[in-house]
Design a protein around this ligand. Structure first.
Ligand code: AMP
Ligand code: ZN
Length: 124
């Protein structure tokens, strides 16, 4: 998942199935599981199995990874029957976005009406 000098983070351990999660999907590149603290009826996390702490760590020649994450998210949305009603994909990066876990992840959120992006925004 990462080099042996770096301690594995919680999501690395989930991808390795060393920490339990409600697993939804896995392939060679990504792992998907239910968010422990869902904000909507469907709330899944799709993570790369390899550790990247944030989206800006993805190099120009690694962008396939982001496309793959999004494609898997869209397939999981279909599987969860929220593709027609709609859903939101979110990558939080850094403190202003409220990133809590420093392992790149994509939130797939849907199954109920989501708040507008215009709400609760502090533009100062
Ligand atoms: P973020 O704020 O974008 O870093 O989101 C991190 C997400 O990971 C939050 O929605 C948490 O509820 C979720 N989370 C943290 N630990 C776990 C865990 N062990 N299993 C499942 N979800 C988790
Ligand atoms: Zn990690």
């Amino acid at each position: 998942m990462t080099n042996s000098y770096v301690k594995l983070c919680v999501f690395c351990n989930i991808a390795l199935e060393k920490i339990p999660s409600e697993k939804i999907f896995s392939d060679e590149i990504v792992f998907a599981f239910k968010d422990i603290n869902p904000v909507a009826k469907t709330h899944l996390l799709i993570i790369p199995k390899k550790h990247y702490s944030k989206i800006s760590e993805i190099k120009d020649n690694q962008t396939y990874l982001l496309g793959h994450i999004i494609k898997i998210a869209s397939k999981l949305a279909i599987k969860n029957k929220i593709s027609k009603t709609g859903y939101r994909l979110i990558f939080n990066q850094g403190k202003d976005a409220g990133q809590e876990v420093d392992h790149l992840h994509c939130h797939l959120i849907g199954g109920s009406k989501l708040s507008s992006l215009n709400q609760n925004n502090n533009l100062e």
